[in-house]
Ligand binder design. Structure first.
Ligand code: PGA
Length: 250
């Protein structure tokens, strides 16, 4: 399976800075056997696309979508609109949206289904809180989130989703999960995926939460970890280029 690294800018970079980031990142030497994407705020997508020109890397993605195709849903953006824009993927269910905007498993599921139908890869984010981990509920919580998110998604022949395991307590804290603890969770997620889709559909399971230049190689060389979702360490284009190079052995 090809590994996938996604930069998540979160709510950073309006059009001017987004364009500059893409131009700077395009000057980076990047590994060939790695898929690289960047999840951009909607308002900055056009500038990112313009700076990307004909280059195919990085793949452009959104950070959120609504589930309906069109209608009276003020402020929302539909998968069809994102698809028309030519996006490859879109994050759904990031913990920041679950926490600050009340996104539920059911909403995440509707968004994932709508994205898959529209032909874009849903990057489904799941992860336990610190309290849940302390109580020993990590696997139970993550299994429930993954199972709910995947309900009704199509298997073989359909657009392949991505699962991002992001323990909430590791996001933006500088305290990543250990690669071995992440591995255990990735294995549990893989079991669900195989049961649902069989072995034919290769769904990447990527890790997110304080990934940086120092730990990326360790995560990427851990069996069962198929890539990374990178927040803070993706904001500097040169730093993110370095991180991508460190991700795959030369
Ligand atoms: P972080 O964020 O790399 O800054 O921890 C990751 C994410 O939330 O996707």
């Amino acid at each position: 399976m090809r590994k996938f690294i996604i930069a998540n800018w979160k709510m950073h970079y309006g059009p001017i800075k987004a364009g500059a980031w893409i131009r700077a990142f395009r000057r980076e030497r990047l590994p060939k056997d790695l898929d690289i994407g960047v999840a951009v705020p909607h308002v900055s997508l056009a500038a990112a696309r313009a700076s990307l020109g004909r280059a195919g890397v990085p793949l452009l993605g959104g950070q959120n979508t609504f589930w309906m195709a069109e209608g009276a849903f003020t402020g929302e953006t539909s998968p069809a609109m994102l698809k028309e824009f030519g996006l490859d993927f879109c994050l759904v269910g990031h913990s920041e949206r679950r926490i600050h905007l009340g996104e539920t498993d059911e909403m995440v599921n509707k968004k994932a289904i709508a994205l898959q139908k529209a032909g874009m890869r849903p990057v489904i984010c799941v992860g336990e809180t610190e309290l849940q981990r302390k109580k020993g509920e990590t696997l139970k919580v993550v299994r429930a989130q993954v199972t709910a998110a995947l309900s009704g998604l199509k298997g073989d022949g359909a657009v392949v989703p991505v699962i991002a395991y992001e323990p909430v307590w590791a996001i933006g804290t500088g305290k990543p999960c250990t690669s071995q603890d992440a591995k255990v969770v990735h294995e549990a997620i893989r079991e669900i995926l195989v049961k649902k889709f069989g072995k034919a559909m290769e769904v990447p399971i990527i890790y997110g939460g304080s990934v940086d230049l120092r730990n990326i190689a360790e995560f990427m060389s851990t069996t069962g970890i198929d890539g990374a979702l990178v927040g803070g360490a993706s904001l500097d284009p040169r730093g993110f280029g370095l991180l991508c190079r460190a991700a795959v052995p030369a």
